[in-house]
Structures are given as structure tokens and as C-alpha cells.
Write a protein that binds this ligand. Structure first.
Ligand code: NAP
Length: 366
């Protein structure tokens, strides 16, 4: 089988990822239709090439060695209204649609459910992978189904929200089904009307002037908050080469929370100051707070990498970094927080092209 014309050989991945590090892909397919995606998958299968699916590149760390085989990006970005029922509007959005453009469109059309998710970089297809959430809203509040292409068979399949294993920043698409499906379309049901009152303190503070804020006010406040933390992708911001939050916020059981409080006291830190939020049978604790408590401050520099000067949770490429520099800093922070506070932080971005597992990379004795 001949290589389809739209598949290019040797393509830079650093230029396609917000961390701006990593080697090249052997082949890159930028598929403009489902048929092209199917052709690319079949070609890779026949050639025996490994496959990597790449979205907007805002949540991945590519190894310096690059990626063997085929990297596939799905470009279609149409948006369609499937049904209107009372104040509910059921939409289907192709996976290549820019996430924040969708939020902007929903706010301009008076549709609630996405406004707190303003300013998250990346594409719609990546949103269900880790069930994106921010400031009290989460994709699974509005997600209805996803349509996917089975990578092995080329068959389309519609998967209902209940079968997706959606949880806090996770889904089966990210875990047990990783690499099995290409997301083609995401269906959501949005509500026409006024937004719910924001529950998150930071957002309430940012909206303090408005008693019953409308959708546009909520979106503006979220964008302002995110910008102040360098969490909106902006090339003019010196912190912009990042993957947003590098570590997930840990969810601790009661005993682990008590152990953490004891560690804080040992370190001479007031354990009362530790923010904690009940989350089912666990306590959500901000990873950024732990990183700072372990001595890693905003603006920390380690040669070509460092921590964002506006958010200690964002590892940044300060200019000429290699992926290995970021791995080294992630390891230093992972091990420093574990030693000083007894909590293990795990990365949120996907690591691509590394021969060791993330655990091996972060727990190695180096
Ligand atoms: P933050 O707002 O300082 O929050 C840190 C942690 O505290 C998060 O785990 C957050 O939970 C929790 N939290 C804060 N206020 C809370 C409240 N009133 N009730 C319950 N939990 C509360 O963190 P940040 O890094 O600056 O991020 C701002 C928002 O963007 C957060 O909601 C964060 O989760 C979100 N974010 C999402 C993604 C993503 O989906 N990929 C990436 C980066 C940041 P939640 O995580 O449940 O909000």
C-alpha cells in the first residue's frame, strides 16, 4: 500500500506542542476527514507502524528521541445542533474544533454549561479524555456521548457517557482504552438561560461586583483569572511554553491527610493553612500548595527549565530546553514533595515516546 499523499515524512513535534520540546515523528498525518483518518490508520497497520494520536499538543511531553511510526491529528472542526428540547440544546462538535472557540460560541448564544471552562487550551476531542474541569464545572456535567473510530477495525462507534468511566480528570479513554480509539465527535447538552451562581471562592471574588453574573461576565472573570496564572496560551507571556498544570491535585484518604498534617508540622509549617476540599470519601489538596510547601517556589529556575512565575504547578521550558530537562525537574519536585511531605504527585500531561514508565522516570535514583 502506497503512503497516502497527506501523510508527511519526518515532522517536528516540538512545534506542535505547547511545551515546545521533543524530537520528530517518523510520519505525520493531518486528516481532514473521517475517510482520511481511516486511510492513515490502515496504512500504519499494513506497514506495522506504531500509532500516536495527537490533539492540540497542550497536554503532552514528547521525548527527545521523538516518536516512531505515525502521529495522527484529526482536523475536522464542524459544529452541529442535533436537537432542541425546551431549554436544552444537544450539540455535536467535531474533535478538531478549538475548545475555547466552542466555549466562546456557547456563551455568545446564551448556552450554559461550559463558561467556567473558558481559556483551556487544546481541542474538543481531548476534552473527554481527562474530563476537563475548572472552577466548579466539569465536562461530564454536559457530556452526552462521544463518537470514535476503533483504531484496530476502522469502525465508527458511539459511546454513551455512562460507559466512559468519567471521573476526576480521567476516563477510560485516558486509561484502559488508551490508544484504542480516535475521538471524532463529542456530543453535549447545554442549557439555555442564566448561569448557576459560581461556587468557587476565587471566581466569586473575581466577580465580586456582579450579584447575578451573566454568562459573558463569568467567562471574562475566568479568562482574567487564568491569564493571571499564565494558564491561557499566549506567546507574549514568558511562561507560555508549558503544559498547564503539570501535576494532578492529589485526592487523599483521611489517614493520608492526617499523615500530611504531621509532616507539615515536622517541617515547621502551620497545618491549619493547608487548603483541603471534601471530595467523596477523600480530600482534594492543591498540588501547587504542596510544591511551594516543599520549597519549590514560583519562578524557580533550573537552567533551561523552571516553574512559571505565576503558578508553581506549571513547569516551563524557558527557551532552549530538552524534554529530559523537564523530566529532571519533574523528578526533583516529585521526590522533594514525597520526601518532605510524604505525598506522591503524578503528572497530568501524557508522556510520549519514553521507554521508561512515568513512575520509573520520576522515581529513578538520579
Ligand atoms: P486552584 O483553583 O487553586 O485549585 C486547586 C485545587 O483546589 C483544585 O483541586 C480544586 O479543585 C480545589 N478547589 C479550589 N477551590 C475549591 C472549591 N471551592 N471547592 C472544591 N475544590 C476546590 O487551582 P488552579 O491550578 O489555579 O486551577 C484553577 C482551576 O482550573 C481548577 O478548578 C483546576 O482544577 C482547573 N484546571 C483544570 C485543568 C484541566 O482540566 N485539565 C487544568 C488546569 C487547571 P478542582 O480541580 O476540582 O477545581
Amino acid at each position: 500500500m502506497r503512503r497516502p499523499g497527506f501523510i508527511q515524512g519526518r515532522a517536528s513535534l516540538a512545534s506542535r506542542c505547547t511545551l515546545a520540546v521533543g524530537g520528530d515523528a517518523d510520519y505525520l498525518a493531518r486528516a481532514s476527514s473521517v475517510d482520511q483518518a481511516r486511510d492513515a490508520l490502515e496504512w500504519a497497520r499494513v506497514q506495522g507502524h506504531p500509532l500516536t494520536i495527537l490533539g492540540g499538543g497542550s497536554n503532552c511531553l514528547v521525548a527527545d528521541e521523538g516518536l516512531d511510526g505515525l502521529v495522527l491529528q484529526f482536523l475536522p472542526a464542524q459544529r452541529r445542533t442535533l436537537e432542541r428540547h425546551g431549554d436544552r440544546v444537544h450539540i455535536g462538535v467535531a474533535a478538531g474544533h478549538d475548545w475555547d472557540r466552542l466555549v466562546d460560541w456557547s456563551v455568545k448564544h446564551g448556552l450554559c454549561g461550559l463558561e467556567c471552562l473558558s481559556g483551556i487550551p487544546g481541542l474538543v476531542g481531548a476534552a473527554p479524555m481527562q474530563n476537563i474541569g475548572a472552577y466548579g464545572q466539569q465536562l461530564d456535567n454536559v457530556l452526552e456521548a462521544v463518537t470514535v473510530l476503533d483504531v484496530a477495525t476502522g469502525q465508527e462507534e458511539r459511546i454513551n457517557r455512562d460507559e466512559l468511566g468519567l471521573g476526576y480528570r480521567t476516563s477510560h479513554l485516558k486509561t484502559e482504552w488508551a490508544g484504542r480509539f480516535l475521538v471524532l465527535e463529542v456530543e453535549m447538552i447545554l442549557r439555555m438561560g442564566a448561569p448557576e451562581s459560581p461556587r468557587y471562592g476565587q471566581l466569586q471574588d473575581a466577580l465580586s461586583g456582579a450579584r447575578e453574573p451573566d454568562l459573558a461576565q463569568v467567562r471574562d472573570a475566568v479568562l482574567k483569572l487564568r491569564r493571571s496564572k499564565s494558564m491561557v496560551y499566549d506567546r507574549k507571556d514568558p511562561n507560555h511554553r508549558s503544559a498547564g498544570s503539570f501535576f494532578m491535585n492529589p485526592r487523599l484518604l483521611d489517614d493520608d491527610l492526617i499523615a500530611l498534617e504531621e509532616k507539615l508540622v515536622e517541617q515547621g509549617i502551620d497545618s491549619e493553612a493547608l487548603p483541603r476540599y471534601p471530595d467523596g470519601d477523600r480530600w482534594k489538596v492543591p498540588a501547587a500548595w504542596l510544591i511551594e510547601a516543599a520549597g519549590f517556589k514560583k519562578g524557580l529556575e533550573r537552567g533551561p527549565v523552571g516553574l512559571s512565575s505565576n503558578h508553581s504547578l506549571a513547569l516551563i521550558n524557558r527557551g532552549r530546553a530538552q524534554a529530559q530537562d523537564l523530566v529532571n525537574l519533574a523528578r526533583e519536585i516529585h521526590q522533594g514533595v514525597a520526601e518532605r511531605l510524604g505525598v506522591r504527585l503524578w503528572p497530568e500531561p501524557v508522556f510520549l515516546g519514553f521507554s521508561d514508565s512515568v513512575r520509573e522516570l520520576l522515581e529513578a535514583n538520579k
